[in-house]
Ligand binder design. Structure first.
Ligand code: ADP
Length: 312
């Protein structure tokens, strides 16, 4: 039937070389978009093709991936602008309040300035995400690896995310290994990866929930876990969240986002640092994102003197 439909359309096409769009629904929610090129190929008569040649060749070009890419780009631009609008609006509003002299006492002034600072940081994170994705796609990511302490990165990330957590009255706890856990990593990129996970945990956890950041050593691998008591997700969503631009439909009302954070995080962990990232999640219970990274050899790389562990 499908080909009869195509055949009819080709027959109806004007005689000379033409093209038309052909949409095919193979299943309910999936439509394929073909560009159909029609060419007359019948034998020539006196060097010309007869007016109504009966022999036609058709060329099918599947444009569906291009359509999807265009749609995702449009969605991405709209999400990115949306995400930038909120912090910019807050920065402008608080700056105006300050300029209008609305902050009459020192503590109000400090509160306004600290809000501006927090919102500027949020904007900076977003721009960094976008830039890094662009660098990855252009293949020009610069990486400076050195031996650094995982706990130190987690503490810094925790410090940067405290304000976001307390805005939602979420308890952000660090449960770190007492060991010195060195990784051979690019500090800024790894910090970015961890911040993305904590930021998500806060975004997708309802008010008054809990987010716990853990570190430990497991079989010579250093494991970082970001655990939340949030909305979680279904196994089918869990399979797709690391894809670029993917956002769980039901979460879109919870927080603005671009669907880029996890794809960037995965790239940073796996491609840049040779680690792995995985996810365990249960709907309405919460999620645990785990990063496993090879332990850097402390003797050769550590900037700090570290004694060998004593085996008893
Ligand atoms: P963004 O948060 O900007 O939408 P991400 O790539 O960081 O993009 O995450 C993709 C999607 O994965 C999110 O839109 C959200 O639906 C889901 N997600 C990420 N982290 C969590 C989490 N901790 N709990 C529940 N859902 C999450």
């Amino acid at each position: 039937d499908l080909f009869r439909d195509l055949y009819e359309q080709v027959k109806r096409a004007p005689s000379s070389n033409t093209a038309f769009d052909w949409y095919v629904s193979l299943s309910n929610d999936h439509k394929t978009h073909y560009r159909v090129l029609v060419r007359d190929v019948g034998p020539l008569e006196n060097g010309n093709r007869p007016e109504h040649s009966r022999e036609r060749a058709i060329f099918l070009q599947d444009l569906t991936p291009l359509d999807e890419l265009r749609k995702r780009h449009a969605e991405f631009l709209s999400a990115a602008s949306h995400e930038m609008k909120a912090p910019l609006a807050a920065i402008r509003a608080y700056t105006e309040l300050l300029l209008d002299g609305e902050a009459t006492d020192e503590s109000t002034r400090e509160e306004f300035i600290s809000t501006i600072e927090t919102q500027a940081q949020r904007l900076q994170r977003l721009v960094e995400n976008l830039l890094n994705i662009a660098r990855i796609e252009a293949g020009i990511m610069k990486v400076h690896k050195q031996a650094i302490s995982v706990n130190e990165i987690l503490q810094e990330a925790g410090r940067l995310m405290t304000a976001a957590a307390s805005e939602k009255n979420i308890t952000l706890t660090l449960d770190l290994s007492p060991l010195y856990l060195p990784i051979n990593a690019d500090r800024d990129l790894m910090l970015q990866a961890v911040i993305n996970l904590i930021s998500n945990a806060i975004k997708y956890t309802p008010n008054n929930g809990k987010v716990t950041v853990k570190s430990h050593l497991r079989d010579e691998m250093i494991v970082i876990e970001v655990e939340d008591t949030g909305v979680g997700m279904s196994p089918s969503d869990a399979q797709r969240v690391f894809e670029k631009f993917y956002r769980v439909e039901a979460h879109k009302h919870m927080a603005p986002g671009t669907g880029l954070g996890l794809s960037l995080t995965k790239h940073i962990v796996e491609d840049v640092h040779g680690g792995t990232i995985s996810l365990r999640s249960e709907l309405n219970v919460g999620s645990v994102f785990s990063i496993a990274l090879p332990k850097a050899s402390s003797r050769t790389n550590s900037p700090y003197p570290v004694s060998e562990p004593v085996v008893v």
